[in-house]
Design a binder for this molecule. Structure first.
Ligand code: SAH
Ligand code: SF4
Length: 348
């Protein structure tokens, strides 16, 4: 039944106000409910001790407080990575992963069920596209983990939209979710704590640039020439490097922000010294940072992860050329924490 009720996390403050006004509720109830959800991390109307019983009944009868049902949860051996597979009311799979690292609690969330971009090494790409997530469904992934962390007196410090899906294909809902979580009267996570990763959808990057948000942007590059990039990321045929890179330069100019490029190192494919040098030539002069990560092997892709030595050599070439490069650890490899990998396992 919940599926038929509007999800409360899909509402902004005005939307909530409108509903409450329709129920003849005084305006201050908006704050009580908003604070309850986004500051105190309540998950059901029964948890509000400051609301009258009849309003709690209305809320439970007419609004949904849970669209995402956790159906599987995996924890890495070191306990530092927790991955949850959720099921939406219409039976779609969505994943979110929490990575604890030093003082950081970074959450990797999904923007779509599946993905239409078809990147060959990506488990989500291999399963195809189901649908866009709503803003509320994106927000709920964060609230789920925030509630979990609260039981340990901890909180979410960073959010990366690097789970399932292409966030710039679901631009409005993704940004709506970030705005909701950024709201200083609610969840209040600073805009700089968010990173959106895109496969390189040019019109959306241009739109994002002129909106001048403080949110970080990462572009998945993985290859510095069109022939390899088109093989790995089919969208490169539509938005090739000679168009993508100038738009990235423009983004940096307009926003004054450092851009991140992502590079999944695949043994013998894009992890050789000449690949690193090609990348140096491509991004020279840009205020950027390169994140390399050894490939997470997936079912339908024969490529292998690079070795630690080769990853270090690759990063060294970039660093020596003045392009900051960090090697991201493969977190949670034992729990299939790579993009879309858990959902892929559950799909029959
Ligand atoms: N659709 C967006 C964000 C989700 S994917 C994008 O493509 O950027 C997040 C990152 O994980 C991307 O850089 C993507 O290329 C990378 N990725 C996907 N599958 C991977 C795998 N099997 N191993 C390593 N990185 C992978
Ligand atoms: Fe989609 Fe990103 Fe996976 Fe490509 S890498 S298929 S864009 S989720």
């Amino acid at each position: 039944m919940d599926a038929l009720k509007p999800l409360i996390y899909d509402l902004d403050r005005d939307g909530l106000k409108e509903i409450l006004t329709g129920w003849n509720q005084p305006a201050f109830r908006v704050n009580q409910i908003w604070d309850g959800i986004y500051k105190n991390l309540k998950s059901a109307p029964s948890e509000w001790s400051n609301l009258p019983a009849d309003l709690k009944t209305l809320l439970s009868e007419r609004m949904s407080f849970q669209a995402l049902k956790p159906v599987d949860r995996l924890q890495s051996e070191d306990g530092e990575t927790v991955k949850t597979l959720f099921s939406t009311p219409d039976g779609k799979s969505v994943e979110a992963v929490l990575m604890k690292y030093e003082q950081r609690h970074t959450l990797c969330i999904s923007s779509q069920a599946g993905c239409a971009m078809g990147c060959v090494f990506c488990a989500t790409g291999q399963m195809g596209f189901s649908r866009n997530l709503t803003g509320g469904e994106i927000v709920e992934q964060v609230l789920y983990y925030a509630r979990l962390l609260k039981t340990e007196n901890e909180f979410v410090t960073n959010i990366v939209v690097m789970g399932m899906g292409e966030p710039f294909q679901n631009y409005d809902n993704t940004l709506e979710a970030i705005d909701r979580l950024n709201d200083s009267r609610g969840f209040n996570l600073g805009a700089r704590r968010f990173t959106i990763s895109t496969v390189g959808l040019i019109p959306a990057i241009q739109r994002f640039a002129v909106e001048k948000r403080q949110v970080n942007l990462a572009v998945s590059l993985h290859a510095a020439n069109n022939s390899l990039r088109s093989q790995l990321l089919p969208i490169n045929r539509k938005y090739p490097l000679e168009e993508l890179i100038p738009v990235c330069r423009e983004y940096i100019e307009i926003t004054g922000r450092r851009l991140t490029f992502e590079w999944a190192l695949i043994q013998g494919v894009n992890d050789r010294p000449q690949d690193a040098r090609e990348l140096v030539d491509l991004v020279r002069g840009m205020i950027c940072h390169v994140n390399v990560i050894p490939l997470n092997p997936t079912q339908s892709f024969t490529g292998k992860a690079t070795t630690a030595d080769r990853a270090r050599d690759f990063a060294a070439i970039l660093n020596e050329a003045g392009i900051p490069c960090t090697i991201r650890l493969r977190r949670g490899i034992d729990i299939q924490a790579g993009c879309g990998q858990l959902a892929g396992k559950h799909k029959n």
